[in-house]
Design a protein around this ligand. Structure first.
Ligand SMILES: Cc1ncc(COP(=O)(O)O)c(C=O)c1O
Length: 415
């Protein structure tokens, strides 16, 4: 089979599970959504064996949403492929993650170690490709590995020599170089770390926590939540965005009084219609407040043999913003009016300081913000980006400020 034919066969035929096309969200009851559709595979090989040089299973299934493939499905796919004399390979980028899911979800493997599940998985295939940047935990590198006594070598007996010859022509002899010793060492360590239950648990739970946060905001994601990534159903997400857009747009139009008027008023001014209103703006200091704690960095720290720390830990840097809260008044009388200014008042904030605190947690611990902390004494407010006034040291309290100071430039450009 020529290369273009192979590529055509690859592109034309994938045996995704049929339920995959039913929509991404809400199939929680089926845990192995990365499985290959065995009926589809059997019928493809029965009818078009000549078009199929190789069966490929991606573990976990990236294109299918980081979803796992069960060991039962891998074994059955192997049986079908071999029945028709077709070799079977893994794209093994996330092999350890897949093994973790097998341990969690396939009852008969619950007492197996990750390493022994990995062994069972790889016994089924005749070779695999792998990018070591994924579950190799390495900075660089990848591999094509072929089993000496596997179906691939039987089906394509000259392939290994041809590949080696091609490599010599394109890159040089296999012993000439390739990955640096430093990268190979990192890889050897990475492959050991990745099969640790606690490491995998931390990583996969981190993805789950992120997914649950998105679900809290009604963002439609693929469920059950997979391994290394969260996949958003863009069709549903688009509908959600349109709904929010309608609500937000309607809200602005309908805002006739009260605090929300600051932005439309200032937008009016910024849109070059200064002649319409006076726009005199002043601010009065109310109090000092803090925003909620937020994480600025999170890093997984491997166990330290010297200090005999057991298990990975998570280093988190928390940050909290301290603001001055102002009452901002904007005059909405016509320009050149006589008498006092009259208009709308709302709250604005200037950033005074950002405090940071570094904390370490074990992989199983919930990451909670620093407590007690001196900022606990201050009132907590939810500061929206459009409420932030750029700090201006030259503007004395209770003095006039320009409308530009109360509206960030990106807001001014909208509309
Ligand atoms: C499943 C899978 N296979 C292969 C690749 C390609 O790896 P690389 O970036 O090292 O070429 C990726 C990259 O994301 C992947 O997720």
């Amino acid at each position: 089979m020529s290369m273009p034919q192979v590529m055509e066969a690859n592109m034309r035929q994938s045996c995704f599970l049929k339920d995959f096309s039913k929509g991404m969200a809400g199939n929680e009851d089926f845990p192995f959504r990365g499985n290959i559709d065995l009926e589809c595979l059997e019928s493809l090989l029965e009818n078009e064996r000549h078009r199929v040089p190789l069966v490929y299973i991606t573990v976990t299934n990236n294109t299918g949403g980081g979803q796992p493939v069960s060991l039962e499905n891998i074994q059955k796919a192997r049986n079908i492929a071999h029945k028709y004399g077709v070799p079977i390979f893994f794209d093994a980028c996330r092999f350890a993650e897949n093994a973790w899911f097998i341990k969690q979800l396939e009852k008969q493997y619950k007492d197996f170690s990750i390493a022994s599940i990995v062994k069972e998985m790889f016994e089924c295939v005749d070779g695999f490709t792998i990018s070591f940047k994924k579950d190799g935990l390495a900075n660089m590198g990848g591999s094509l590995l072929i089993k000496d006594d596997g179906f691939f070598n039987k089906a394509y007996p000259d392939a290994k020599d041809r590949l080696t010859n091609f490599q010599i022509l394109a890159e040089g002899h296999p012993t000439y170089g390739g990955l640096a010793g430093r990268d190979l060492k990192a890889l050897a360590e990475g492959l050991k770390t990745i099969t640790r239950q606690d490491y995998l648990e931390y990583r996969i739970k981190q993805v789950e926590r992120f997914g649950l946060k998105l679900l809290n905001y009604d963002i439609p994601i693929m469920r059950p939540i997979g391994g290394h990534a969260i996949y958003i159903d863009m069709d549903q997400f688009k509908q959600l965005l349109e709904k929010y857009q309608d609500e937000v747009g309607g809200g602005v139009q309908g805002a006739g009084s009260g605090g929300v008027r600051l932005v439309p008023e200032a937008q009016l001014l910024a849109a070059g219609r200064e002649e319409a209103t006076c726009g005199y703006t002043s601010k009065k200091l109310l109090r000092t407040v803090v925003d909620k704690w937020h994480k600025t960095e999170e890093e997984v720290v491997p166990p330290d043999e010297k200090t005999s720390t057991k298990g990975v830990s998570i280093k988190t840097i928390w940050a909290r913003d301290i603001y001055k809260e102002w009452e901002v008044s904007v005059c909405s009388l016509p320009q050149g009016h006589s008498g006092d200014h009259h208009g709308t008042t709302t709250k604005g904030y200037t950033l005074e300081d950002t405090v940071t605190e570094e904390l370490s947690y074990s992989a199983k611990q919930k990451t909670t913000p620093p407590k007690p902390h001196f900022t606990d004494e201050l009132p907590v407010v939810d500061v929206a980006p459009h409420q932030i006034i750029p700090s201006d040291q030259d503007t004395p309290d209770d003095e006039a400020i320009t409308p530009d100071e109360i509206i960030p430039p990106y807001q001014a450009e909208e509309d």
